[in-house]
Design a protein around this ligand. Structure first.
Ligand SMILES: *Cc1c(COP(=O)(O)O)cnc(C)c1O
Length: 714
């Protein structure tokens, strides 16, 4: 169909069918403007929105709301985006042109309407795809389709987390069945000792990047296996290993089935490490190679990124599960059970060691990295025993620090402001430091006004969310009215939102309630907190911390000044990182490998108040935010916690609060605004996903594909 013959409805359906729209604030705004209430009701899902309106109402509303020009413009821009050949990737990643990088991840956080992520790892993977798309890097991605997603969080009246698992309907989502070269839909099979597991394959368009999601909900499977991929990180070890053979082995087979032969395999975390074994099998089969020769080639073209020093983050499987699920593949590889197990053991001969996915990934990839400079050091130390003959400096694990995707996290209003002072093509060059330098020229008043308007928007949003929560709990009219008054637009507003994993210490600020009460209730210089985050369903200690935070929100003097918003997701994250004044991050060093939420706030001129861990350890320069502690650690965890809590309180009381409330005759906090500018200017280019993906291309993908080698940063 020629473009000029397409109706506005057709164009909107096409736009909604490629997740590109989700990082174009102007296009998102078109969907919202069509019908704001319906937009909320359908969970920000444009396909559901447009289809439930139907062609006639879409045409009528477009005319009534004056949207036609904007729709045509958005559609044209999208076509141009897809067709443009003149990209960074075309000049820097040419070697990947015929054989792209295949990026494997157990979760992808692209947009709240496709809830197949649990936290930072998924959002990072989503941001990776978006930047790879923007930069034109030849990359395809593999994951799983979780038909119940992660979970929706609700809290009971005591603040105990309840999980809800509504079913997603694939027909409502931008998923199309993947087809092979002859046009048949793809069905993947992975054998176990107890019979095959099947999966269908969905194709999701993320800009220029195809993302393939395997889904076990097919009639060929047993009832039990049909539910295999229903939940992310759900079920027991057996579920986990079955999901992981689908992800790694099935994922690579899915690519082969649609005719994609990757030149590089990138395992984002160890969940997908079985892909390496399948790649070896394919080489042995196709090229009649020996196991050793194939293994060497696979390792030289594979990249592994490790994401956490926390032991629970590294999957381990025992003999029985391995025998049942990898036995058939091991047979094809000509490996005995013990030889197979050895690939997942630090000491292949130590039969007491279980099979570790991280060990497998490290053994099957020549290039590996941690996700911040400090995490690189920690990972080299953690896995040194795999290279017993090497000194710590020679351990082949480098680092590429994480970054966040600028247009996904930067508020539209802020971007408009930046557009006025930055080079016109700055969003195409956001990984270059010079590009951000002219931010100095922003006038303090404008920057502050924009920030304040985003903050007001956040406070409105928080009030509405709290009312919605309260309505579900049968609140009275009085209670609902009271909620329309919580939070003070003039108070220093501090945000804390992330998974409630223990090491993140969400309750650290509540160690000294008396002191905190004084800070919060100070008449001239009030401070308030917004909390959000989910705990893993099986993590009872995490849930207890969440409950404690919740209970504090109900107690004096914190009521109305400390709030908890339930069901943390990308949408809530976007509001928070764009609207608070300060972002609090107090993990137990050195357990936060990178952390990325603090990078999202940077883009919006929000200041970090953070422990010197992860990315912040290399980002903080004394004047672009605030540091908790000095980066010292203590062998005794309780000593470290007590020290950090004290430092946090001190920095908050003696530095953050005074600086925020130091106002000139126009009520502008001039020195605070300087710090905001410094943060954006010194950190925005470095901790963004374009820079990150460019680093992966230059330091990992191109050399792994056999291109010119480049030295890994240390
Ligand atoms: C960015 C993000 C995270 C990661 O937060 P950290 O503070 O880096 O752990 C988790 N969840 C969501 C929804 C996010 O957007």
């Amino acid at each position: 169909m020629a473009i000029q013959n397409k109706t506005l409805f057709d164009k909107l359906v096409e736009l909604g069918g490629n997740l590109w729209w989700s990082w174009q604030p102007e296009v998102t705004q078109i969907f919202r403007d069509l019908d704001p209430d319906l937009w909320t009701e359908v969970g920000h899902n444009p396909l559901r929105l447009v289809r439930s309106l139907g062609p006639d109402r879409v045409e009528r509303l477009s005319v009534e709301e004056g949207l036609s020009t904007r729709i045509n413009w958005a559609y044209r821009r999208w076509r141009e985006y897809l067709e443009s050949a003149n990209t960074w990737g075309a000049t820097h990643a040419g070697v990947l042109g015929q054989r792209p990088t295949a990026y494997f991840s157990a979760e992808f956080g692209i947009h709240e309407s496709l809830p197949i992520y649990s936290g930072g790892l998924g959002v990072l993977a989503g941001d990776h795809l978006k930047s790879a798309s923007d930069l034109g890097v030849p990359l395809v991605a593999c994951g799983l389709f979780y038909s119940q997603g992660y979970f929706h969080q609700a809290l009971d009246e005591t603040g105990w987390q309840k999980e809800e698992y509504p079913d997603l309907n694939p027909a409502d989502l931008p998923l199309v069945p993947a087809v092979d070269r002859t046009g048949n839909t793809v069905l993947i099979q992975v054998d176990t000792r107890h019979g095959p597991i099947f999966a269908r394959v969905w194709r999701v368009a993320v800009g220029r990047i195809p993302l393939f999601l395997l889904d076990a909900n097919v009639t060929q499977n047993s009832e039990e296996d049909r539910r295999l991929t229903s939940r992310l990180y759900g079920g027991d070890q057996r579920t986990r290993i079955r999901q992981e053979i689908l992800l790694g082995i099935g994922g690579l087979r899915a690519l082969a089935a649609v005719g994609i032969l990757p030149g590089v395999i990138h395992m984002n975390e160890g969940h997908s490490a079985f892909a390496g074994l399948e790649a070896i099998r394919q080489r042995m089969h196709d090229d009649a190679q020996s196991f050793d020769a194939a293994r060497k080639e696979v390792a030289s073209s594979s990249v592994f990124t490790t994401h956490t020093p926390v032991p629970a983050g590294h999957d381990r499987f025992g003999d029985d599960l391995m025998q049942e699920h990898l036995g058939p593949l091991a047979d094809q590889l000509g490996l005995s059970h013990d030889a197979l197990m050895g690939l997942g053991r630090v000491d292949p001969n130590n039969r007491d060691e279980t099979f570790c996915m991280t060990v497998l990934a490290l053994k099957l990839s020549l290039r590996a990295n941690g996700v911040s400079s400090l995490h690189g050091v920690v990972s080299r130390r953690m896995w040194a025993s795999l290279w017993p003959w090497s000194g710590e400096d020679e351990i082949p694990i480098g680092h590429i620090t994480n970054g966040v995707h600028v247009s996904s996290w930067l508020a539209g209003q802020m971007r408009t402001l930046y557009d006025r002072v930055l080079p016109f093509d700055w969003h195409l060059r956001s990984g270059e430091p010079e590009v951000w330098a002219p931010l100095e020229h922003l006038t303090p008043g404008e920057l502050w006004e924009t920030h304040q308007s985003l903050k007001n928007r956040l406070i409105d949003y928080v009030r509405r969310r709290l009312q919605k929560q309260a309505r579900r709990a049968d609140a009275t009219e009085d209670q609902l009215r009271a909620l329309s008054q919580v939070l003070d637009p003039h108070a220093l507003t501090i945000g804390f939102a992330r998974r409630f994993a223990l090491y993140k210490r969400a309750d650290l600020i509540f160690r000294d309630l008396e002191e905190l009460g004084r800070i919060v209730r100070n008449q001239e210089r009030p401070v308030q907190f917004i909390f959000a985050g989910k705990s893993h369903p099986a993590d009872n200690p995490g849930k207890q911390i969440l409950q404690r935070v919740f209970q504090i929100t109900r107690e004096e003097p914190f009521r109305g000044r400390v709030v908890f918003i339930d069901d943390y997701d990308i949408n809530l994250a976007r509001h928070l990182v764009q609207g608070v004044d300060v972002w609090l991050n107090n993990p137990r060093r050195p357990l936060e490998a990178s952390g990325t939420s603090g990078q999202k706030v940077v883009l919006n001129g929000v200041l970090n108040l953070s422990v010197l861990d992860g990315w912040w350890a290399e980002a903080f320069d004394g004047s672009n935010g605030f540091a908790i502690g000095t980066g010292r650690t203590h062998v005794d965890q309780s000593v470290q916690d007590a020290r950090d809590a004290e430092s946090l309180m001190q920095v908050l009381r003696d530095q953050v609060v005074p600086l925020f409330f130091e106002r000139d005759h126009d009520d502008l906090p001039q020195r605070w605004i300087l710090r905001m500018k410094r943060a954006v200017r010194t950190l925005g280019w470095r901790f963004n996903a374009d820079r990150m993906v460019m680093d992966y291309v230059r330091e990992m993908y191109v050399p792994a594909a056999g291109g010119v080698s480049c030295v890994m940063s240390r």
